[in-house]
Design a protein around this ligand. Structure first.
Ligand code: LMR
Length: 329
């Protein structure tokens, strides 16, 4: 990997809107952990394309996918230290810094992708992004992946009882850990880049994810069962190093903002299409069974997860953001 070009930005350059900077090549290193053909991977490439177009090639976005540069554990520090200019973690992975974002991890909070869009791209999304200020990180947008489902190795999951005693991989979010504890499973927070090998080694027996992540990372090769639960959402915060942002001329900031707005609109539509397409591919796989929970089973599962809300109210809900979301969904 050639990361030399981005090292220019180890120190902020003294750009000036009027005469300097605009002819200098600016490189944004963008690191993410998923495959390229996923809702996040595709949107990262789209953003790179739009930024280059809108800035007439002055800004180049160099995308590093598949955790080839940084993984879940070190990407936020790398962003803060200016080792990369952009990362796109799930909001769940940011909850140790911003506990309030756990609201988005609550089970069965959203019913449709449209409602996710309305919340994440509206005033509530803006309010949540403001929480990044103390970290010298600029929140450019929220993106969506889709609704999460469960996969398991030996036995299919038809009811919550089937999860009891299983070691289930989660993203690092107390609310997600609580979700699995509530159904009697053992949550195991693991970096995304380790999930495939840990499933293969049976260090974990189940995991939750969207169809696009399950398909693009080949989890169907090491898990035999998938249960369509739609129990929660997987979404992203698009983050930029604040010092880097401040070094950019106003004109370029504006062009980047426009590119991000266009990408975000495109991204939400693309996320739905990619997950539909990848679910169809998963349905065609041999040796991979997909179980569609009945309405009754889903209602039962949902009811069983209700105590996660009690946990949220008791530990996190300090500004009634859940109530604001519930007025929309
Ligand atoms: C996961 O860790 O399961 C996902 O967050 C990966 C991703 O970024 O979509």
């Amino acid at each position: 990997i050639n990361i030399q070009q981005g090292l220019l930005f180890a120190k902020p350059l003294p750009y000036d809107d009027e005469q300097k900077g605009l002819n200098t090549q600016i490189t944004i290193r963008l690191s993410h952990v998923v495959a390229e053909n996923t809702p996040k991977g595709l949107a990262a490439s789209k953003f790179a394309e739009l930024v280059e177009e809108k800035t007439n090639g002055v800004v180049k976005v160099q995308v590093y996918s598949n955790a080839s540069l940084y993984n879940d554990e070190n990407e936020f520090k790398a962003l803060q230290n200016g080792e990369v200019e952009m990362i796109i973690p799930t909001f769940s992975k940011m909850t140790s810094y911003i506990p309030k974002w756990q609201v988005l991890d609550l089970p069965y909070l959203f019913n449709t992708d449209q409602k996710v869009h309305d919340v994440l791209t509206g005033p509530i999304g803006d309010l949540l992004l403001e929480e990044l200020k103390p970290y010298q990180v600029k929140g450019l947008s929220f993106w969506h992946n889709g609704f999460k489902h469960l996969t398991s190795s030996d036995d299919p999951i038809h009811t919550f009882e089937d999860l009891q005693g299983l070691r289930v991989r989660t993203m690092p979010s107390k609310t997600l850990e609580k979700q699995f504890e509530t159904v009697g499973a053992t949550p195991v927070p693991i970096s995304f880049s380790e999930v495939f090998s840990d499933l293969e080694a049976h260090a974990i027996e189940a995991q939750e994810n969207t169809a696009s992540n399950i398909y693009s990372k080949g989890f169907y090769k090491v898990q035999q069962h998938m249960t369509l639960t739609n129990h929660g959402i997987l979404g992203y915060a698009v983050l930029m190093n604040e010092n880097f942002w401040q070094t950019l001329p106003t004109k370029i900031q504006k062009q980047i903002t426009e590119a991000m707005e266009d990408t975000t609109d495109w991204q939400f539509e693309q996320a739905i299409l990619v997950n539909e397409k990848d679910l169809r591919k998963l349905q065609q796989m041999d040796d991979f069974e997909i179980y569609d929970m009945s309405a009754e089973e889903l209602a039962h599962f949902k009811e069983k997860l209700a105590p996660v809300y009690d946990y949220y109210y008791a530990n996190i809900d300090d500004d009634k953001v859940l109530e604001q979301i519930q007025q929309i969904v």
